[in-house]
Design a protein around this ligand. Sequence first.
Ligand SMILES: [Cu+2]
Ligand SMILES: [Zn+2]
Length: 176
Amino acid sequence: MKKYLLGMAIAGIALMSACSQKETELASANLSETADPSKSIGTVKFYGLSDGKIKMDLKLKFAARADSNVAVHFHEHGDCGDMGENTHGHWNPTKEDHGKWDSGAFHSGDIGNIKLDSKGEGEVSITTDRWSVQDGDVKNIIGRGIIVHDGTDDYKTQPTGNSGPRVGCGVIESAK
Ligand SMILES: [Cu+2]
Ligand SMILES: [Zn+2]
């Protein structure tokens, strides 16, 4: 009987440690059209991983932009007013040039171009140590804006990538 209980306890501990490695949702953003904020165009979820990195799953469903590319960036301010202009410029905590994700210099929210299919659906996932959700941390993404642009990011033009008008916007909010 003692052996049996010990076995149960070990199984329980194994189960608990397996659970603690699970992804935890840390933050999210709802994206909507700047011209009509009642129209949703996608969702963004951020998960904390056991190695301390953050994983983003960004899903767009933007029928009005079917069969095209849209550019996505994190912008400095979490205010989608004035057709997204209130988000100001690209969030740039590392003081780098604008560029392409994981290729030379780039802003920490330069997600880049996302190809939308015939239904306007497209998605991208990124895992990085460039983000955090800690108060006072320069890498903190909470409260930043996410802008969807009508055009294609050329990954060169400073400081915007010449990505065109701001057609979609959302604000990163803590899950807590
Ligand atoms: Cu932008
Ligand atoms: Zn940028």
